[in-house]
Design a protein around this ligand. Sequence first.
Ligand code: OAD
Ligand code: ZN
Length: 261
Amino acid sequence: MIREQGIMYGSASTGAMIREAAELIRESRLMVVSTGAGMSRESGIRTFRGEEGFWRQYRAEDLASLEGIRKDPGLVWEWYRERLRACCQLQPHAGYRALVRIQETVGRLPLITQNVDGLHQKAGIRDVIELHGSLRTASCLAGCGASPVPMTEDIFSEIPPRCSCGSVLRPDVVLFGENLPEQSLKRAFRLAESCDLMIVIGTSMVVYPAAALPVIALREGARVIEINTEETPLSRLEGTLSLRGTAGLVLPQIAKAVCEE
Ligand code: OAD
Ligand code: ZN
């Protein structure tokens, strides 16, 4: 294992792998980015799995499922209020800004994310496909047809917040037991099939269908660059260049190498 500038790699030298990644980016015709909770970690948002993950402390079924919100909407909303407050205060870290620089260089950079925090948009990525919804709005749990309401502090005057029809509201994130937004999912699969490079950042590769995207891309002949602090099921697949390190450290180095040459 080589350690250099806070980045650990299983093989090859740091500089060589960064240069290889930059070259793949410069040569690519259609490049797509796919991000998970590890992308937001250095902006101050905890991940779901791992030692300090949310799902170590809470049960996903209690907090992030349709059943959970029906059973105890107050508890679920307390959690989402905290998450929203945290997300509003946070700023995109250097890795987010590096992706924006890469976007400016390559021109088109569709970005698929499992995150609901809106940090990519805040940083300036133009084309974000939110696979698991977002914290921007909430809708009627009973599905009365009222328009989604912006998820701001105002709605928390009552917990759980309610729709104009009297039913409880639900955040417009994908809850366990629900389908993913159809249009976003279709676009994500189409991009996975047609891209020639996918950069996969900070996802444990255990939640489907997001985890299938890089596998589809590889099957269709694309290359994959993975940036993660740990090894995942993607790391050793043929066609993957796996960089072991944090998004906030590795992405700026790649962006620098892309822009310099
Ligand atoms: P996980 O919490 O499962 O995985 C986070 C990944 O990020 C792990 O592989 C870590 O090794 C890696 N990681 C941690 N810090 C990092 C850093 N600074 N830089 C790079 N990588 C880092 O999160 P997801 O894969 O996004 O779903 O989880 C997927 C879904 O599971 C979430 O969208 C959520 C959750 O249940 C729903 O709520 C529907
Ligand atoms: Zn309603």
